[in-house]
Design a protein around this ligand. Structure first.
Ligand SMILES: [Zn+2]
Ligand SMILES: [Zn+2]
Length: 226
């Protein structure tokens, strides 16, 4: 059985990162584990990614977010939650590459002009040592041959981590956190992030992008909580 502690830099072996079975696939997850992953099903609101009958949900109709589309690879459930935590907090960077490979299943590059990783404040970056969204976005941009937008958008407020706050405080916490130049004018931007929970950060970033002239904004996330 898979334990986080057993995750090591395994890409050089062709064994499954979840069960250690030999796999000859390009991606380091064997066929059986692949089928058991909590893939996000298609019956989701195309705008916010929450369960619906595949149509825009009532919440998006009555109070539309600033982003236009959300695609999530997975539900935030085992073992994806454990993999994401290992990736983020134990710096298991090879998992970023695996997630980028898995993204081929769900993300659709048609019409996307830029990939934008969720920006991290420079002080937070110093603390953590890497921006998990940037590493994911690099892999994804590389797979899809899309340009990464790194210089057009910054995080200008070092806010407390959203996960440390109750849901109701997250919108206020993230307000005014981003700044964009006009490099996105008329463009369709896909924001890449690891986990989407309340969506408050993605919505604030989408708002900033739209105010800077972006035409459409998609959210591409590895996992969506429900
Ligand atoms: Zn396996
Ligand atoms: Zn919705």
């Amino acid at each position: 059985m898979f334990k986080i502690g057993q995750l090591s830099a395994v890409l050089q072996h062709t064994s499954c990162i979840l069960c250690d079975a030999n796999t000859h696939r390009k991606v380091a997850i064997c066929k059986d584990c692949w089928q058991d992953l909590p893939w996000q099903h298609n019956n989701c609101c195309p705008q916010c990614g929450l369960s619906s009958l595949g149509e825009v949900c009532g919440k998006c109709l009555s109070d539309p977010p600033f982003f236009d589309y959300t695609r999530a690879l997975f539900s935030y459930a085992y073992p994806v939650d454990a993999l994401l935590q290992a990736y983020k907090y134990q710096h298991q960077l090879h998992l970023g590459q695996t997630f980028a490979q898995l993204s081929l299943q769900q993300f659709h590059p048609n019409g996307i002009d830029f990939i934008l990783p969720m920006p991290m404040h420079p002080l937070r970056l110093q603390e953590r040592g890497f921006n998990q969204s940037l590493e994911l976005a690099k892999g994804i941009a590389n797979y899809w041959q899309l340009p990464l937008a790194l210089s057009h958008c910054q995080r200008v407020k070092n806010t407390p981590p959203q996960a440390s706050l109750p849901l109701k405080d997250r919108v206020r916490n993230i307000k005014g956190a981003f700044s964009c130049d006009d490099g996105f004018r008329g463009k369709h931007v896909a924001i890449v992030d690891d986990v989407m929970t309340s969506g408050a950060s993605l919505n604030e970033l989408a708002k900033t992008l739209k105010q800077a002239g972006a035409n459409q904004v998609s959210c591409w996330v590895i996992a969506r909580t429900h």
